[in-house]
Design a protein around this ligand. Structure first.
Ligand code: C2O
Length: 533
């Protein structure tokens, strides 16, 4: 069930970059290859080949904490979006980016379960975009300002008005205050841009940050904290030789949108292949895949194994040994890794075969390093299937032109702007079945809620397409052990029905669900849903 992505393999020859053939490749092989999305034009400017850069020369940056001030109405944070010029690698000239902070790594918001927080998001971006805006996309035409922003707290259980609806954008010079109740369990959330038709470019420019929610259950476990807990934001980018972000477009100035983006350089916390000093002891890594399209296939080298203790919406019931972690766009993983047997050595975090982060393990640890892996983490009740009152089938569709380029992707063959069709009742439980008729794995995300993955089952796509009904093939497959916790993103592999069970708790109002491949979401794999009181 390893996700596959369709793409062109590129050959770098004397004449430049040529597309060889469209093939199916496991996502795990992507990191080490030059890749380019279907339909993307060969770059006109010379590209930087990140594998030619010396790895592990930059120290891993760690996020500054966003400082809250207390006012009349509680804790308050101000975060400003701005243009910056920063070094992604020792040997690369400064790169223009957009960020929520003054480095590529946005401030870390630390919140506490049930303690509301107000964040004022200030749009201080320039009024011209520096990436190829597609004015033909819905909601992104010449009738709206070119630069718009809107912040969504991904995974947050928020009232609809505070959620960062894609159409609630605002322009440079304006700001928004959003109130987050944080009535949810400890986990890693992340905030990112969600402006209609633009967010793949705004996120690519750098508008991404992390938010850690803490609670008492987590504290009783006495997990590594302080300098022993490392938030790690992973994404891929392409750069020009002079260090500027390069987002390949289709070559059609009227419709520059491309169906996927894969960059050749892997960045962690804003640096290409950095290193970090650690002690020989247990660390807690908070991993976030903030890439536009790329799935990561992560493992540790040198015989070190990690344990996954949490996923998108918090702690798992018990630790799961981590061999190879498949992390889709927007998924998070909470990992414990033990360097105590590696004193004086180096250990690497790898994406497929490529070492992306180097841990330099000191000879000795500071005092007080003993830590035993807990046997259990948090009680986790499976939602009974019988509690669901509605089952919805949602098809994932892709439309392809004659030369094989995807033109459009839809949910239930419907566009974003068509009337709402999913109207769950507040406090009801539903089963959603994603029927994937495409050849890609789609990471499907629902706002507001957390859910559980029920199972996945192959079905006869050909029969389904030809109106011969739904014919499942073979028995359903159980979710992977690390998918047995609360999730807000689920990987939907091609040719399969992926079933989730979800209780619509919290607030009534308008929300959305979409594929978290940001290129898919923009055109037009995103639909509203409305929770009815
Ligand atoms: Cu990560 Cu609709 O969002």
């Amino acid at each position: 069930m390893s996700p596959t992505r369709r793409q062109f393999l590129l050959q770098v020859s004397a004449t430049g970059v040529t597309a060889l053939a469209a093939r199916k490749l496991p996502a795990s092989t992507l990191a080490t290859q030059m890749t380019m999305p279907m339909g993307a034009a060969a770059p006109k400017v010379p590209m930087l080949h990140s594998l030619e850069l010396t790895p592990f020369v930059d120290e891993l940056p760690l996020p500054q904490k966003a400082v809250a001030s207390s006012g009349k109405s509680g804790q308050h944070i101000r975060i400003t979006m701005r243009e910056i010029h920063v070094k992604v690698h020792r040997d690369v000239p400064p790169t223009r980016m957009w960020s929520y902070g003054d480095t590529a790594l946005a401030p870390l918001i630390e919140a506490r379960s049930n303690q509301p927080l107000r964040v004022e998001w200030i749009n201080h971006l320039p009024t011209k975009h520096f990436l190829p805006v597609d004015f033909s996309l819905h909601g992104c035409g010449h009738d709206v300002p070119e630069v718009r922003a809107c912040v969504h707290m991904h995974g947050g259980k928020n009232p609809s008005s505070e959620d960062g609806y894609p159409e609630d954008w605002y322009v440079p010079g304006k700001s928004r205050v959003q109130n987050y109740p944080f009535q949810q369990d400890a986990t890693a959330l992340w905030y990112h841009d969600h402006a209609m038709g633009l967010n793949r470019l705004n996120v690519y420019a750098g508008l991404v940050g992390m938010c850690l929610v803490r609670d008492a259950v987590e504290e009783t476990l006495q997990l590594p904290t302080g300098k022993y807990e490392l938030p790690l934001t992973l994404y891929d980018r392409n750069f020009t030789r002079d260090g500027q972000l390069l987002y390949l477009d289709s070559g059609d100035p009227e419709h520059p949108w491309v169906p996927e983006f894969y960059g050749d350089a892997i960045l962690i916390n804003g640096k290409i292949r950095p290193f970090v000093h650690v002690e020989p002891r247990v660390y807690r890594l908070r991993l976030l895949n903030a890439a536009n399209s790329r799935f990561f296939a992560l493992s540790f080298s040198e015989g070190v194994t990690g344990h996954q203790i949490g996923s998108d919406q918090g702690l798992l019931a018990a630790p799961v040994p981590m061999h190879q972690l498949n992390l889709a766009p927007a998924e998070r993983a909470d990992i414990l890794v033990d360097f105590s047997q590696s004193a004086g050595k180096t250990v690497h975090l790898k994406n497929a075969a490529l070492e992306v982060l180097q841990f330099r393990v000191a000879a000795k640890a500071e005092a007080g390093t003993s830590f035993a892996l807990p046997k259990t983490l948090r009680p986790m009740e499976r939602t009974p299937v019988t509690s669901a009152t509605v089952t919805r089938q949602i098809t994932l569709n892709e439309y392809v032109d004659k030369i094989g380029n995807s033109m459009l992707m839809l949910l239930n063959r419907k566009h974003w702007h068509e009337p709402v069709t999913e109207t769950p009742k507040l406090n009801s439980t539903e089963i959603w079945e994603f029927l994937n008729l495409t050849e890609d794995t789609h990471p499907m995300h629902l706002h507001l809620v957390r859910f559980q993955v029920l199972d996945r089952q192959l079905f006869d796509v050909f029969a389904y397409r030809n109106d011969k009904g739904m014919h499942p093939i073979r028995e359903p497959l159980q979710p992977e052990p690390n998918e047995m916790g609360w999730k807000d993103v689920v990987q939907c592999p091609p040719g399969m029905i992926t079933r989730i069970i979800v209780r619509f708790e919290g607030y009534p109002g308008k929300y959305l669900y979409h594929c978290h491949v940001l290129e898919h979401e923009a055109n037009d794999m995103m639909r509203p849903f409305e929770v009815i009181a």
